[in-house]
Design a protein around this ligand. Structure first.
Ligand SMILES: Cc1ncc(COP(=O)(O)OP(=O)(O)O)c(N)n1
Ligand SMILES: Cc1nc(C(=O)O)sc1CCOP(=O)(O)O
Ligand SMILES: [Mg+2]
Length: 231
């Protein structure tokens, strides 16, 4: 990782148009920024490339309007093409988050360049072995989950053979935080009440969708999460 690359995963918002109860994505992002969010990921399984670029532009504008470009990082889920196109259009996007069935890590790094942030979802099965064995040369952080089963992504943690949902246990996260050579952010069904337990594991932060995007007051919900994390 270049020495200049710095980012704060402690309060990580994932957001797309399907998550905001018909409220504009930008307004929820603006509220989350006021509430103290440190990292934003644009993720949508329904938006096309053009709309994803527009959401990325809105998020970058919200960060810039708040004067927080140095503090809040912005990445896009899954879509290397969207990140590259957004950059080409002059949008300040900091990187990409990919999962186990997305493009290869080294391919993404090659196109993103050394300064971009590249996050990778850790494998669900045999998580600790995966994190121990994976070459992290091209990766900046791991995402791990789910902490609880979640309706936002019902397949998260599902065992392909049995169909059972496996959630991440506190003891496992403690070990994960200890042995991972790069920071780990944990999410999936995470709510305010989880903050003390999650923080105590030693992971770098939490990621949430609905705890913020479906809150009646997203700014207040974000502030509560951030305050609880920092306590
Ligand atoms: C921070 C973070 N962690 C994990 C995920 C899940 O990514 P992935 O496994 O690629 O699944 P989708 O989000 O694409 O459904 C994430 N997006 N962010
Ligand atoms: C995008 C995502 N990835 C997960 C994983 O476990 O890998 S859980 C998840 C959705 C998180 O949404 P909510 O905070 O509403 O539960
Ligand atoms: Mg993905």
């Amino acid at each position: 990782m270049p020495a200049t690359k710095s980012f704060d995963l402690s309060a990580y918002l994932i957001i797309g148009p399907e998550n905001t109860l018909n409220r504009p994505v930008k307004s929820v992002i603006q509220a989350a920024i006021k509430g103290g969010i440190t990292f934003i990921q644009i993720r949508s399984k329904v938006a096309d490339a053009k709309d994803l670029i527009a959401y990325t532009r809105d998020a970058a504008a919200a960060i810039a309007e708040a004067g927080q470009q140095d503090r809040i990082k912005l990445v896009v889920d899954d879509r290397l093409d969207v990140v590259l196109a957004a950059r080409d259009l002059g949008i300040k996007v900091d990187g990409l988050h990919i999962g186990q069935s997305d493009l290869p890590i080294d391919f993404c790094r090659q196109y993103l360049g050394p300064d971009a942030i590249l996050g990778v979802s850790a494998r669900n099965a045999e998580l600790l072995a995966y994190v121990k064995e994976t070459d992290v040369t091209d990766i900046d952080y791991f995402g791990a989950g789910p902490f609880h089963p979640t309706q936002t992504k019902p397949e998260a943690g599902r065992d392909e053979k049995t169909g059972e949902i496996h959630t991440r246990q506190v003891a496992e996260l403690i070990e994960l935080a200890h042995l991972s050579p790069i920071p780990v952010v944990v999410g999936g069904g995470v709510k305010l009440a989880d903050m003390p337990q999650l923080k105590a594991t030693g992971v770098a932060g939490f990621f949430v969708i609905t705890a913020i995007t479906e809150a009646s007051d997203p700014e207040r919900a974000t502030r509560a999460l951030v305050t609880a994390w920092q306590a």
